[in-house]
Structure formats: C-alpha cells, structure tokens
Design a protein around this ligand. Structure first.
Ligand code: PLP
Length: 440
C-alpha cells in the first residue's frame, strides 16, 4: 500500500531540476537580486507542496527532506498543529505593542513555562536575526558593557546587528565597515578547548578590539550551520563560569538547537551551558516566522518601561497566526514527548551512519546531538572544501534534500523532521552511504 504524502520515499519523475524548475529559475534570474538564490545546471528545484518529510517540486518530483527547511519543520512540514491554529484564529494581524492580540499573551505565558529561568520574560520577534539583536540589546543594557565575545564558525544572522557577531568573511566582507567593531571572535572550543578558555579569560579581562569592556558572550550550544560542532564535556560549563565571574552575560543562540531538535527543550541543558538569555526561532512557529529572546525578569527589566512609544518593537511583533501556531507547536512537543523522540531517533541515526561510513576515507567524523547531525567530509587530511556541497548535490539527484555546512562547505548537515518514518530513514541511510562511497 502506498504511504500518504509526507511519509513516502522519494519518487522522481524527471532528473532534478526538471523543466518546470528550470523555467522558474530563468524567471527568477530576471527579477531577484543575484546574491540570493544559487542557480546552476543541477540546482535548485522549486518547491510546490510539502507535508511531513516530503516535498513535491513543480515537476511533480517527490523528495525526502533531511533539512526540515533550515531546521524549521521539526514537527514536519505543515503539521496538523499548524492547520488547527490557522483554523481557529479569528485575527490575521494585530497591533503587537499597542493593542496586542490575546494570542501574544498566550504564547508569552507558554514560553515562560518552558524557559530555563525564574519569572522569565520574553521579547518576541519575527526572525532569528532579530531575536539575536534583541538579545544583544538586552545584555548590553543589563551588563552596562557593550563589548561582545562570539565564536568563529557561529551563525547568528545577516542583519547588520547580527552580522556584527557572525564571523564568516563571506558574509561580513563587503559590510565590515558598517558592523559594530567591539566583537572578539574566539575559535569555537571543539578543538583545543583549554587554549580557547584561556583566551576567553584574558579577553573578558582586557576588553574588545575597540577597547569596549565585554558584557556579552554569545554562543551556540552546538554550532549548527558552522558544521554541527560540539565542545567536549565540561567546556561550556567552564565558559559559563568564566563569563559569570567576569560579570558578563551569556546568550545561548538556540535558534537551531532549541525546542526539541537536540533532545531537550534547550540544548544548553545537555552540554552544560548556563545561559542568562536564550534565543529561539525556527521550530517555534511550526512553519510561520516567529522568534524570541527570553531571559529572567531581572535581566529583562534592564529595559526601560514603554512610556507610549516602545523602545524596541516591529510591525509584526506578536503576530496572532504565528503566536497561535507557536502555542500549538510547544504543546505538541511536550504532549508527544518529541524532544525525547528526537534524542532516540537521532542516536540511532548517528550510530547507523557511523557504522555505515566507518571505512570511508573522506569521513573525518560523524557527530551530532539529537536530530542535528553532521558528517564531516574533510577526511584524515582535514582538507575537504566543498565536499558537503558535492554530497548535497549528489543526494538531490537521488531525491534527498540535504545541505552543506561548515565554513568551507566540508560538512553534510542533517536535521530531519522528528516525524520522519523508519522507512524514510532507511532510504536516507542507504542514499547517504551510497553518495559518500561515490565521492571516494
Ligand atoms: C543559530 C542561528 N542563529 C540565528 C539564525 C538566523 O536566523 P534567521 O535566518 O531566521 O534570521 C540562524 C539561521 O540559520 C541560526 O541557525
């Protein structure tokens, strides 16, 4: 019997990209700023419909999505929770910071319940970058010190405020003069952590390159787009202690890792990171754009009260549809134990990939936490530039959507929906192992 769309294995009716995708690419090239969508002979396919772990493109090809579309579709694409939220919501748009939708209060209360803080308070936003900017403003106000420590390989967004803390030259290069220059970038402490912690201690003492004293340490508990990088046990706890001792506040950017993806509400709790502020997004809206920065009431109250004109807000803040979807999403994650399920499926997928890729010369390491997994293809030599890109392209030809990660595109990143079926996982495993073998 045919599985319903959402639970199917891939089925290609054309070689991707098919003729309709090619036509859409030609139209796009004429009208979109050319820095955005990568267009090549074998890339991209244009999506038409997505449910569960399946995507159908404009040519009728059915793909298996191992990305959750940038980590968003943790519950699967178009989950029932989203449809229910849309169906019940009488309000399409409200006045977030003036006459707010009631749904905004529902969501803020729900976030307070899961937050790792006493009396948590939240600043809502629409995208991950904005949540990071809100967090940076918050810690700047609460610490009274503008300087920031962030990490090489970290990805926090590309708006000017978040770009200032995203180190990769590819993104920063043309705009370096416009970004705040009180940021020290340290190596991510997955390699040589003692040296990194020593440097952290001295930067916390000596300040940022522009002389600003450090009030913020911003870190992803597991670097996601940076190549699924994890520090050894104990390092994140030590990092938190050093920051605290120096009077700096720790922001955990959990936009990718949070809300179940890594096997807990917050990956920080799994890696020993003790944040003062947490950023969430992606999974939060079950497919609708919404994000948040969350902290204890004490830290959030560093903001002045609104006296009629909000000091920080935006047109779509507290959007009722997105808030309703987020409440439902959080309920489903809790009720169905999806963080635990992510830990279980992730551990079994990680084990199967390690076993299947054991003897492959390109594979340096297979690593991950929950359903965030990276296959580092930089081999024993450490040279693997673009290998994750090649693997992602080869997978697309087999009907599997995956993305490269890492500063040099050397990692194949997997972050499938938690609703992925065993049958789909079996297909994915065979395809990934086959593709990596072909690269050898
Ligand atoms: C850890 C992390 N922070 C921030 C962002 C930026 O989020 P957005 O693209 O929604 O602005 C991302 C996006 O991938 C991310 O992975």
């Amino acid at each position: 019997m045919q599985e319903p769309f959402g639970r199917q294995r891939p089925k290609l009716v054309t070689e991707p990209p098919g003729p309709e995708s090619r036509r859409a690419a030609e139209r796009l090239a004429r009208v979109e700023s050319r820095n955005v969508t990568y267009l090549a002979d074998d890339w991209p396919v244009f999506w038409e419909k997505a449910v569960g772990s399946n995507v159908r493109d404009v040519d009728g090809n059915v793909f298996l999505d191992l990305t959750s579309a940038f980590g968003v579709a943790f519950l699967g694409h178009r989950p029932p929770a989203l449809d229910e939220a849309l169906a019940e919501e009488p309000l399409i748009h409200g006045m977030g910071d003036v006459h707010p939708p009631r749904r905004k209060v529902d969501l803020l209360e729900r976030i307070s319940e899961i937050a790792p803080f006493e009396n948590a308070k939240t600043l809502l936003a629409n995208t991950g970058s904005e949540a990071v900017e809100g967090a940076l403003k918050t810690t700047g106000l609460a610490s009274g010190r503008p300087g920031i420590v962030a990490f090489q390989g970290g990805y926090h967004g590309l708006t000017l405020g978040s770009l200032a803390v995203t180190e990769r030259a590819h993104f920063r290069g043309p705009f370096v003069d416009r970004a705040y220059d009180g940021v020290t970038f340290l190596p991510f402490p997955d390699r040589d952590p003692s040296a990194v912690l020593e440097r952290l201690e001295s930067v916390l003492r000596e300040g940022a390159p522009n002389g600003d004293p450090i009030g913020t340490v911003l870190v992803e508990p597991v670097q996601a787009r940076g190549g699924v990088r994890r520090a050894p046990d104990g390092v994140m706890a030590e990092l938190s202690s050093l920051a605290r001792k120096a009077g700096a506040l720790v922001i955990a950017d959990e936009i990718y890792t949070g809300l179940g993806r890594c096997g807990a509400w917050f990956a920080s709790s799994l890696v020993g990171l003790r944040p003062d502020v947490v950023c969430i997004g992606k999974t939060l809206g079950a497919g609708l754009p919404i994000s948040a920065c969350v902290a204890s009431g004490e830290i959030m109250d560093a903001w002045p009260p609104s006296e009629g004109e909000a000091v920080h807000t935006s047109t779509f803040l507290g959007h009722p549809l997105a808030c309703g979807a987020a409440v439902r999403a959080l309920d489903v994650i809790e009720r169905e134990g999806l963080a635990d399920r992510s830990a279980e499926i992730g551990a079994s997928l990680l084990g199967a990939l390690r076993a299947g890729l054991r003897d492959q010369p390109h594979v340096r390491e297979v690593r991950g936490l929950g359903l965030l997994i990276g296959i580092d293809l930089s081999g024993s030599t450490g040279v693997g530039d673009g290998m994750g890109v090649l693997a992602a392209e080869a997978l697309l030809a087999r009907g599997v959507i995956a993305l490269p990660a890492g500063d040099r595109g050397e990692v194949l990143e997997l972050s499938p929906p938690v609703t992925i079926t065993t049958n789909q996982i079996d297909f994915a495993l065979e395809a990934i192992i086959g593709v990596v073998q072909e690269l050898a």
